[in-house]
Design a protein around this ligand. Structure first.
Ligand code: ZN
Length: 342
């Protein structure tokens, strides 16, 4: 919930201004009346809403449209509700919206893969994502466009094992993920849902048609030219740098977690696949993390994951992209390999 609010008196003074073409006098008055910098910026960019009398967070809607709907949904978990509400009130465009999505809004749920922390499914999201508010008809306009236009909008459902007891650490992780400004280098998260049977929480993510970089190398290595290989590595490095600049460590950086959508390289599983109720620093968790060949020697020796250990993983991926072969493909991934790497 926003703490700062414009009072009605301020709204009355500015409501008839043309926010994108303010006179100098009007602009000075705005500076005097709206002391909160974020609200001032919102007003100058998006104007104010006649209904709630507050500056709009987005050009495409007013946040009060989300707020009015809060009473109509719940995840059943107070913290999840709070997170989604907070994100919705701040969202500036469709790429920043996070939704609570009822499980029955999905159909054709197909199993894709199982990992250490969760199971991945593909499904069709019947509604598609929020695009903008239709002020005339008083309803959300939804879109089925993500990289391309779909008739049946596919998504990935990442079902996290044992996430019934979701922790605030886990929620912070999701928040970090979705609050990273959209750049096209991280697999996008549309919302959260819950499996009604297992009661596990599920992250709803963008589906990538071309699949993982590993699949791409398996299928097309021989026809991939050197400039394309170098381009893959350059894009990947750009994305990893972006994650690091946001103060994050991927911790599970391997070829199966890199997605390739035409020319675009996306990093997936940005901390979302970690168990909701286990901290990564705990020893019991460490062994579960990562795929052995990509785990840096110091981590195998028991040290914490760092940004440098992500770079080690990148080095292994670079080997794979250049040779087409999975790392240590001809020997067992066991304790002897671990000792050799260390
Ligand atoms: Zn409003």
């Amino acid at each position: 919930m926003e703490k700062f609010m414009l009072n009605d008196d301020v709204f009355e003074q500015i409501k008839d201004f043309n926010h994108w073409n303010l006179t100098e006098e009007q602009s000075l008055l705005i500076d005097k009346l709206i002391l909160n910098e974020e609200f001032k910026k919102r007003y100058k960019e998006n104007g104010s809403c006649k209904e709630c009398k507050q500056p709009r967070a987005s050009r495409d809607w007013c946040q009060c449209k989300f707020q009015q709907n809060f009473k109509n949904w719940t995840s059943g978990n107070h913290e999840v509700d709070n997170l989604i509400q907070k994100v919705q009130l701040k969202a500036k465009d469709y790429q920043e919206v996070l939704e609570w999505i009822e499980y029955d809004r999905f159909e054709n749920v197909e199993y894709l893969a199982k990992g250490g922390f969760g199971t991945i499914y593909k499904a069709i999201w019947k509604d598609g994502l929020i695009d903008k508010w239709d002020f005339e008809n008083n309803k959300w306009i939804r879109s089925k466009f993500w990289f391309r236009e779909y008739e049946n909008f596919p998504v990935v459902l990442k079902c996290l094992h044992n996430s019934q007891d979701i922790t605030s650490d886990f929620l912070r992780e999701i928040e970090t993920h979705i609050m990273i400004p959209y750049t096209g280098c991280i697999a996008h998260c549309f919302g959260i849902t819950k499996d009604p049977e297992s009661r596990n929480f599920i992250i709803v993510m963008a589906y990538v048609i071309n699949g993982s970089l590993r699949q791409h190398l398996n299928n097309s290595f021989n026809s991939t030219k050197w400039d394309e290989k170098l381009n893959i590595l350059k894009e990947l490095l750009f994305s990893l740098k972006y994650i690091h600049l946001n103060g994050l460590i991927h911790r599970d950086f391997h070829c199966g977690n890199i997605l390739k959508e035409s020319e675009i390289i996306l990093i997936a599983d940005l901390g979302l696949c970690r168990p909701a109720n286990v901290k990564p620093s705990q020893n019991e968790c460490k062994e579960l993390y990562g795929v052995l060949p990509y785990v840096a020697p110091e981590v195998l020796r028991g040290k914490e994951y760092t940004q440098e250990s992500d770079i080690y993983g990148f080095g292994i991926i670079a080997y794979e992209v250049c040779t087409g072969l999975p790392p240590y493909h001809d020997i067992a991934h066991d304790k002897f390999l671990t000792i050799s790497i260390c």
